[in-house]
Write a protein that binds this ligand. Structure first.
Ligand code: NCD
Ligand code: ZN
Length: 348
């Protein structure tokens, strides 16, 4: 039995660090484990200019627990983006990518895109600059069942984007269905991030006696057992098209338990790599963790693989129920439950 695993230091290719006190509280966890992260731009006022991205990057760095931590910021696409500013941001590597939130599909997405055609000029620039498009792959349409939104986005929107921009590299973020996994497998220039919670929960965990369990509520919603098994296979079998993206999305506890304003998002930054290690161990694939956590992502983004490492040790520990600091109280995903692996030292 292996008691220690050395991993090339991971990167988290999809995480929400927020702003203000929340940012101060959560950044320390993401930066403890990861060398880089993609800090999502759906802040209260979304990050739509390179000036705002630069400022956000500096603020995150200030609260990192590790000097080497590098936050990477995508531009939040809107119908009326300043294209010159966008181009400058990409050319100067201030923007790592662009993020497409269809309008009103998730937290802070009301400024998102209402009509795909309105971003075609931006996508042309993105393709020219050889930068990636990150998509929240859910179609927003009244009366469309929550569980069908990923497939509808792929069929009705993503196909159009890929036909129009065949060279554009796309990440289907937090892929949540077998349909999405198969789409990624069978098409070029597209990869996917997979969260721990989509590999641990099904819709049976989302509802308790017909009421939603707010702590298991996220977008895209967790799906069926069949989807979960397919996601586990995609992550654990050395498949270069899938990589780590936690979609750790903290909300203050009050916003999770209030019926009027239930916010989607699951916070997993405290134990991210350890949750993945548990999953990979359950799949008898612990030796494939590094490819998923530390190699496939940078390769797809055309970035160097990290030259630092972390050690995971076989050690049982209980995830605390909450993080609480100053005004912040956030429920940890899997809080109160036991994990078998723990990050030890960070060699930098
Ligand atoms: C995210 C958030 O809270 O910012 N929520 C979520 O449920 N995943 C946004 C997102 O990535 O959809
Ligand atoms: Zn997200």
């Amino acid at each position: 039995m292996q008691n220690n695993i050395n991993l090339i230091q991971p990167d988290d290719w999809h995480v929400h660090l927020r702003e203000g006190d929340m940012l101060k509280s959560v950044t320390q966890f993401t930066s403890r484990i990861n060398r880089r992260c993609i800090a999502m731009p759906n802040t209260k006022i979304p990050i739509t200019s390179f000036e705002k991205a630069k400022e956000y990057k500096e603020t995150i760095k200030k609260y990192s627990s590790n000097k080497n931590f590098e936050p990477l910021i995508p531009c939040y696409l809107t119908d009326d983006l300043d294209l010159e500013n966008f181009r400058i941001g990409l050319k100067n590597n201030i923007f790592i990518a662009a993020k497409l939130y269809p309008s009103n599909v998730t937290t802070n997405s009301k400024s998102g895109v209402t009509n795909l055609k309105s971003i075609y000029n931006a996508l042309e620039i993105l393709e020219d600059e050889n930068k990636l498009l990150l998509v929240h792959g859910e179609k927003s349409k009244k009366d469309l069942d929550l569980f069908d939104r990923e497939k509808a986005f792929i069929d009705d929107e993503l196909n159009n984007i890929r036909n129009k921009f065949p060279q554009l590299k796309i990440v289907l973020e937090h892929v949540s269905t077998e349909y999405g996994v198969n789409y990624i497998q069978t098409n070029n220039n597209i990869a996917g991030t997979i969260t721990p919670h989509h590999m641990m929960l099904t819709k049976d965990d989302l509802y308790i006696n017909n009421n939603i369990n707010p702590h298991h509520f996220c977008m895209p919603v967790v799906k069926t057992e069949k989807d979960l098994i397919c996601l586990r296979k995609a992550a654990c079998n050395n498949n270069s098209k899938f990589f780590l993206g936690t979609d750790s999305a903290p909300h203050h506890i009050d916003q999770k338990i209030s019926k009027e304003s239930l916010k989607p998002g699951i916070f997993s930054a405290v134990s991210s790599i350890e949750l993945y290690a548990n999953i990979f161990e359950e799949e008898s694939a612990i030796n494939n963790l590094e490819i998923f956590s530390s190699i496939n992502g940078p390769k797809f983004y055309n970035l160097p693989v990290n030259d630092t490492s972390i050690t995971l040790s076989k050690e049982e520990w209980i995830i605390p129920e909450f993080i609480a600091q100053n005004t912040i109280k956030v429920k940890n995903f899997f809080g109160g439950k036991k994990l078998n692996w723990k990050v030890q030292d960070l060699k930098v």
